[in-house]
Design a protein around this ligand. Structure first.
Ligand code: TRP
Length: 433
């Protein structure tokens, strides 16, 4: 089964080499792995939460699109699109908003951090906080759920958002009695490369210590020559450990090149020479990509056309049909079809018990039975195939008496009485259909 992997990229400013090594390069490499269908999108709607400068929004979106394409993203093999080209995402955001618990959003890290800051500054809790910041996780859930993504590779700071997406998706599925949404899993890359910046701290825009990914060679050289080093003179051995210069070199070098550079440090290479070598190494790794980037930036209409084309395909294939089903589910329906059957069916459905089949990380197949309020009644053991699980569900659906159920209790965990009642309710509903 192919796994759907979805990655949202918030356009914010010009990317730096830390972004490239830590996020862009590994994500593109992963998108080339077999058995994955990759979705990469420019989260331009999210960027409006951080900036109200329209030129900056436009410029960043273009730069980020050109960066990912220049870095080797193949727009015919992956889905590469712009969030705002898919109006169904914003529409879905509303349906999810209406099932999302406000209390859950209150606990979102980004919002809580903003409130904490206000308290520190003796301000009103919500001073200067937009509802957009508060709702950020719901929009993000819509991004993920609309394409039924299985996995979302994220940094640790985003895990909570994926959990919220699961929560909102699950609530919706449960309330409307059908698995409209796949529940996504966060995938954390434990060994993401973090690169030191010019001052030796982590490379980050907020420290103002970055090397822009596509800096023209003279600027690149100047920046590399400004990397802080200790005061050891040429001829004195230098430590590679803790050297920002060395780490930047290493990130762009083969193991053999790195070993040779380490030897040069031990042999007392002068800092000027070392910096020259780093410049040459980084420049040779980036120059082709920079050329591609400059070519793309010179023809923004091509990027525009590409993004629109892919978004339109996604809308036709996935977003429009899904939203049609979702609108129907919530009751935004054709009024002329409002016969007397419509209402009772919906009401009964919402209160019905529900079997759920799913697969766990251990690769085995499980199911559970939930009652009309979503309480867990049965938790099964793991099965080797979905068929095995399905067969037992079929047996259970027939079980009208306690002993039929009793004989299966070694394969499920649950209390007999409420389970029997739930099964009975299911049978009655089936008989009415
Ligand atoms: N919140 C993500 C970030 O700040 C960007 C993002 C928006 C995203 N929607 C997403 C990431 C959906 C993954 C899936 O980096």
């Amino acid at each position: 089964m192919t796994t759907r992997v979805l990655t949202g990229i918030k356009p914010s400013g010009t990317p730096h080499i830390g972004n490239y090594l830590g996020a862009i390069r590994p994500a593109i490499a992963a998108s080339r792995a077999g058995d994955t269908e990759s979705f990469f999108f420019l989260a331009d709607l999210h960027s409006l939460i951080n900036t109200q400068d329209p030129l900056r929004v436009q410029r960043s979106t273009l730069e980020i699109a050109a960066t990912w394409l220049a870095a080797g993203l193949d727009p015919d093999k992956v889905w590469f699109y712009r969030q705002s080209d898919i109006p169904e995402i914003t529409e879905l955001t509303w349906y999810l908003t209406c099932v999302a618990g406000k209390g859950i959003l209150n606990r979102a890290h980004a919002y809580k951090a903003a409130v904490d800051k206000n308290r520190e500054d003796a301000q009103d809790d919500d001073a200067g906080i937009s509802a957009g910041l508060f709702m950020y996780p719901v929009l993000m859930a819509a991004d993920i759920l609309i394409f039924n993504a299985n996995t979302v590779p994220v940094g640790r700071d985003q895990i909570q958002h994926i959990e919220m997406a699961r929560d909102f998706g699950q609530r919706f599925n449960h309330l409307y009695g059908h698995d409209y949404f796949v529940l996504p899993e966060a995938v954390i890359d434990e060994n993401v490369a973090t690169l030191p910046g010019l001052d030796g701290r982590k490379m980050s825009k907020s420290y103002d210590n970055v090397i822009p990914l596509f800096a023209p060679p003279p600027e690149l050289k100047k920046l590399i020559f400004s990397i802080v080093t200790d005061s050891r003179a040429p001829g004195e051995p230098k430590d590679t450990e803790g050297s920002a210069l060395f780490q930047i070199y290493q990130a762009f070098a083969t193991p053999a090149q790195t070993a040779a550079f380490a030897q040069a440090f031990a042999d007392g290479i002068g800092w000027g020479d070392a910096k020259q070598q780093v410049f040459e190494r980084v420049d040779s790794e980036l120059s082709e990509m920079r050329e591609r980037y400059n070519a793309l930036m010179a023809e923004p209409q091509k990027i525009e056309a590409l993004l629109r084309r892919r978004a339109e395909q996604l809308r036709q294939q996935f977003a429009i049909p899904l939203l049609k089903a979702v609108r129907e589910a919530v009751g935004l329906r054709d009024l002329s079809a409002a016969g007397d059957t419509a209402k009772p069916v919906v009401a009964a459905k919402a209160a019905l018990p529900l079997f759920k089949q799913y697969r766990e990380k251990d690769g085995r197949f499980y199911f559970k039975l939930l009652d009309g309020e979503g309480q867990l009644l049965i938790q099964s053991v793991g099965f080797d195939s979905p068929r095995d699980a399905g067969q037992l569900i079929a047996v259970l659906k027939q079980a009208e008496q306690g002993d039929a159920l009793q004989s299966e209790l070694f394969r499920i965990e649950g209390e007999v009485e409420p389970v029997l009642a739930a099964l009975q309710a299911l049978r009655e509903a089936a008989a009415k259909d």
